[in-house]
Structures are given as C-alpha cells and as structure tokens.
Write a protein that binds this ligand. Sequence first.
Ligand SMILES: O=C(CO)COP(=O)(O)O
Length: 222
Amino acid sequence: MSSPLILVNLKTYKEGMGNRAHMIAQAAQAVSQESGVTIGVAPGYIDLHPLCHHFSIPVYAQHVDGCEPGANTGHTTVEAIRAAGAAGSLVNHSERRLTIADIEASIRGLRNQKLISVVCSNNESTSAGAAALAPDYVAIEPPELIGSGVSVSKANPEIIKRSIAAVHAVNPNVRVLTGAGIQSGECVKIAVDLGTDGVLLASSVVKSKEPAAILRDLVSKL
Ligand SMILES: O=C(CO)COP(=O)(O)O
C-alpha cells in the first residue's frame, strides 16, 4: 500500500480562509516533512492559487465542474484549478452533492488533465457506484457523523469495511479514504488498519487553535 493520505478540507470555515488557510497549510507542510506522511489541504477557491504557490504539499479544490472552458459563467473548470496548481479535487462532497452525470464529467475532466479525483460517498452503495466511474479515490463519509466530533472509525467501523469491500468488488484499483469526526492518531490508525488509504477530515484541524498539534497527533500512530 502507498503511504496514507491525510486530506484536510478547509470547507468555508472562517478559521480556514485567508491567513488561517496559510497557517494550516504551513502546519501541514511542517508535519508532513517531519513524519513523511502525505498531508494535503482543500481550501476554498480564493485561497487555492496562493496556497499552491507558497507550499509544496498537495492542494485540492473542494469541487470542480466538468464543463469545458468557454462560455460558462460562475463555473470552475478542471483547466482553471490545474492552472492554479491544484493536485486534484474533491467531487460530490456531502455539502456539495452532484448528479451522477456531473460526477462522471468531473472525474473524466480531472483524469484528462492528470489530476486526482476524490469522490465522496455516504454509504456502501454509493461507494460502489462511485467506484464504477474509476476515480482515484472514493471517500466514504457518513453524513450524520460529519462535524459531530464522533469518529466514523469508532462509531461505525463496519461501514468502512463494507465500503472498502464494495469499492474493490467493482474496481480494485480505486483507493478508499474515510472521514467524519476524525480527530486523533487513534482514529487514523483504526481507519488504516481497516484497509483505507487515508482519511478526509475538517473541523478537528481547521477549528483548532493549534492545527500543528492536531496534525502531529493524527500521524503519530502511522
Ligand atoms: O466533511 C468532512 C471532510 O470533508 C468531515 O468533516 P469533520 O472532520 O469536521 O467531521
């Protein structure tokens, strides 16, 4: 298995924009360098280019539209996030749900531009459906646990196991992340021991007064 990915979604938290986005990315870069664990961040669009410019960690968009460059208004194309320096994008996050046709178009666009697709899902059936579209990652996040402070690793390890099996039954090349309530090295270790390739998380890092300390704890048992 390749090294696990810790991906921090900054969402639209006020603690995750502007100077705070820089501070969190700085912490992620420092902890990644110390530990050798890949830590990425997914800021809002406004912070995407500055973070890509200033830091060497992978920076992801939180959403990308599958439309071609041209006469679209209020859309963000794969070409635009690539030009900004993004490594890839979340697709179909629980807070930014898409149709299956939209998901397919975004994955295809990302693949064509050699960017990484992380498709979010809410249960094992949608995880299997997402795997059929051959993204790089499927990220299973039970919506009821998102932002709850209750970790999916501890509250619902069975959904992680079932989702990994469902994804790999469809496409064994798709890597699996899990998320919702992830907050400690123990949560990350449980997720990785269950067979995931890493975690997707937000509030525990973004809302912390000391993001570097939380990040150090997150990687401490890997
Ligand atoms: O939605 C999430 C990451 O994309 C999970 O959020 P929390 O880590 O705040 O539960």
